[in-house]
Design a protein around this ligand. Structure first.
Ligand code: 5AD
Ligand code: SF4
Length: 332
């Protein structure tokens, strides 16, 4: 699709036909299977100051935490035992992060079970990415958020589109299954910018593409702006599916922060992955990227079981496989 065609679809008024088309493609590739990733948010420390994010370093309202290896591993084991085929290790862009610490955790998880390990740890140098890959990490998530240079630089101080893209290229060259994505409805983002962003994402060799709505966090400079639109985010999700039939697309937790059945709506619009938090309940609410994130106070197991129940009620089958993108196994 061209940027103009994408824009036309974003602005059209019948979403149902679009969602149905995307759903049909999703069903033809994945059936009613939904891949499950358990996310261990093991540290909320961050040196960056992204204007939209509650974990930004200037937000003094956050109680910062870092979990020790035992807590991380027991959360990961709990997720695996509950049938999740991928563990995601996620943190803010934590400058005190010791690469060796992560490396050992990756090795321990891989020794425990035949699962995929995804890292979502922000910007690091090539040697560190390579070391983690050598330790067994399979995937890396690095979201572009927006490809618009001006908006990116304004909302992500000190960071740039070109630098972020170069890192994604490095990750791909190291053999990671790379994931990226966008935030829709960021203050200053127009439909034209979103259309271009969707087009540019689809040109990259990605295994996973995430699209989530902006949710204003009161303790950030963007706290008084409107949230992104559910409708626009779902349309963007469908467009990603139509342009990238085999890519993994999560129904993001930010959708759930907008409406109670947000994730189900994401799956109905073409997504095929859910990523429940498996962060220990003692710190989960402190991973407060935006309001409504990690609002559950249930145990890790209960949280996962509840997500699986939701999937089944909506007619999906929670898959216990690693959930690799079929891009890896067959030609598109
Ligand atoms: N609304 C929606 N998504 C957000 N993120 C950060 N802040 C917000 C927000 N206010 C997302 C970004 C980031 C991930 C950790 O959370 O995409 O990559
Ligand atoms: Fe840090 Fe990521 Fe939040 Fe930016 S979006 S402030 S890098 S946790």
């Amino acid at each position: 699709m061209t940027v103009k065609e994408i824009l036309h679809v974003l602005k059209a008024d019948n979403s149902e036909a679009l969602f149905a088309q995307a759903r049909e493609i999703r069903n033809s590739v994945f059936g009613n299977e939904v891949f499950q990733r358990g996310v261990v948010e093991f540290s909320n420390r961050c040196r960056k100051n992204c204007h939209y994010c509650g974990l930004r370093c200037c937000n003094g309202q956050v109680e910062r935490y870092s979990l020790d290896a035992d807590s991380i591993l027991s959360a990961a084991r709990c997720a695996i035992d509950a049938g999740l085929g991928t563990v995601v290790l996620q943190s803010g862009d934590d400058k005190s992060l010791d690469p060796g610490f992560i490396g050992k955790i990756v090795q321990s998880i891989k020794a425990y079970a035949d699962v995929s390990v995804t890292l979502c740890l922000g910007d690091h140098d090539r040697d560190t990415y390579k070391y983690w890959r050598d330790c067994g990490a399979d995937r890396y998530l690095l979201k572009m958020e927006t490809f618009n240079s001006e908006l990116h630089a304004r909302l992500r101080p000190g960071q740039s589109v070109s630098e972020r893209l170069a890192r994604l290229e490095t990750l791909c060259s190291l053999g990671y299954e790379a994931g990226s994505g966008l935030i829709t409805g960021l203050p200053g983002m127009t439909p034209e910018i979103l259309a271009e962003d969707l087009w540019r994402l689809s040109l990259l060799p990605l295994d996973m593409i995430a699209v989530g709505p902006f949710i204003p966090h009161p303790d950030t400079p963007l706290g008084r702006f409107w949230a992104g639109s559910l409708e626009e985010t779902l349309r963007a999700t469908s467009l990603v599916r139509i342009m990238n039939s085999k890519v993994n697309i999560p129904a993001t937790s930010a959708l759930d922060a907008l409406v109670a059945n947000g994730r189900e709506q994401g799956l109905e619009a073409g997504a095929n992955v859910v990523m429940p938090s498996v962060t220990p309940e003692s710190v989960r609410s402190e991973y407060s990227i935006y309001p409504g994130k990690n609002s559950s106070v249930d145990s890790v197991l209960k949280n996962v079981v509840q997500m699986q129940r939701r999937l089944k009620i909506a007619g999906f089958h929670p898959s216990s496989t690693r959930g690799q993108s079929p891009l890896r196994t067959t030609k598109d």
